[in-house]
Design a protein around this ligand. Sequence first.
Ligand SMILES: C[S@@+](CC[C@H](N)C(=O)[O-])C[C@H]1O[C@@H](n2cnc3c(N)ncnc32)[C@H](O)[C@@H]1O
Length: 290
Amino acid sequence: MLPKKYATTDNKERVRVEDTGLIKKEYVRKKRKLTYLGMPSGEMRDILAWKDYFEKCTAVEIDDQMRNQLMLNVINSGLNGKISILYGDIEKILIKGSDEFNNKLQFPYDVVFLDCFGTIVYRELQRVKAITSLIEKQKGSDFLLLLTFNIRERKYCDQSIGTVLNKIEKELLGYYLQDDKAKLKINKIMGWYKADKTEEMYRQKIFGSYFIKTMAEERGFKVHVYPPIFYLGFKGSPMIHFAFKLMSGTESPTKEVSDQTIFNIINLNIKEVSNGRVFVRKQQAPTVGM
Ligand SMILES: C[S@@+](CC[C@H](N)C(=O)[O-])C[C@H]1O[C@@H](n2cnc3c(N)ncnc32)[C@H](O)[C@@H]1O
């Protein structure tokens, strides 16, 4: 019996059902089986749940025991021809394009699921750089990007998130240069996001969505942000799960412009999964107008 470094939960399984709907849509839209890149852990529940939609999978694992379990499960499930395993740190692998044994990532992927320990801003900006590198390597190919983060460690990312919240505020204020009343309202709302007592999920909602939207638009993608999902995961850890659809735009000298505006993404309602149910949370952040 392996020590429990990670175990799934009912809430996590319910989130997976939500993602299954998105993956199925992609499978129908592309009229073919999809390729997947992710960190499915030893039990490879992602791959088992979605195997009917997948043609090829790349599974990345850093932990030795998990890796051994994964290799065994790949063989036992008869999926050896379908799954390649890369060893090491996903962030380094995304940046370099290969693992320490020179096994290469097979870009482009249709579905990428980064199911991470820690928050989005982790180990300085290593995770942010890795996700940016992934988006660059996917250039020209539509894909579904699924991201899960643990949001318990607020202090990890306080400064970076604060900087980005200031940028969001500046951008919003730019729409209301002649309207002092609207500017005051924006200052108040962004003050709410920055306040210590505001729950981390709300800050992460706008940080994560804004980060992917701006990074991907600059790299030639239109982005659709689905409502983020909050849930309590393994050992009761507060988690946030994002799903983004990145659609390749036409070749252009300037950035892409998504259909969802900055106002739309800030105003997205957070969903919650609890006791096997998914629902829109009653409590939400204040909305910004336009
Ligand atoms: C949260 S679990 C994945 C669970 C899986 N997606 C599921 O839904 O059942 C994360 C897995 O990624 C591995 N992992 C964590 N950090 C990693 C990293 N930086 N690089 C590669 N693998 C990592 C962990 O050992 C673990 O097996």
